[in-house]
Design a protein. Structure first.
Length: 169
């Protein structure tokens, strides 16, 4: 040890550890990647993290609230982007690629909606108690009974039983 003074020794030790961490960062990353690729070790780590989160629940909650306050716009943009990606994914599944209205052929994404084929959409939404039918559809592996309609065709179907385009066909 080059220093006999405890304060200088402590400072020296901090600098030494910091430089060692920089030097060995890549080795440690590779070691941990290999270590946690073993299922038993991964499970132990997950369990340890779960216990730590339970123990520090209040601390984490405060941190999350502070982060959310500071980054409100960024979080909002991320949520909008994810929701749009999810919506396009569901529309593409039911309406083809690119998605289009099953009645009139409208292709503008902003006009397209998901329609319950059996005209039971209101009842279904009340049972779900959720605002996002597209998330429910994806989480339930794209069940049958849905189609893509444009807003006009969907409203006409809801009000009059069928769309005016249907008569022309």
């Amino acid at each position: 040890m080059p220093y006999k003074d405890p304060l200088k020794r402590k400072e020296y030790h901090k600098k030494y550890i910091a430089s060692w961490q920089v030097r060995s960062r890549e080795k440690r990353r590779i070691y941990l990647k290999n270590f946690y690729s073993i299922p038993e070790n991964r499970q132990k780590r997950i369990e340890r993290l779960r216990r730590w989160r339970e123990k520090n629940k209040d601390k984490l909650l405060i941190q999350h609230r502070e982060y959310n306050k500071k980054n409100r716009e960024k979080i909002s943009e991320r949520h909008k982007k994810r929701w749009l990606e999810l919506r396009i994914e569901v529309l593409t599944h039911y309406g083809g690629n690119p998605p289009k209205c099953a009645c009139c052929g409208e292709k503008e994404i902003k006009f397209l909606t998901i329609d319950h084929i059996g005209n039971d959409g209101n009842k279904h939404r009340k049972e779900l108690k959720t605002r996002s039918i597209v998330r429910w559809i994806r989480n339930n592996n794209y069940p049958k009974g849905f189609q893509v309609l444009c807003w006009n065709c969907n409203c006409a179907k809801g009000l009059w039983g069928k769309c005016p385009h249907y008569k022309r066909k």
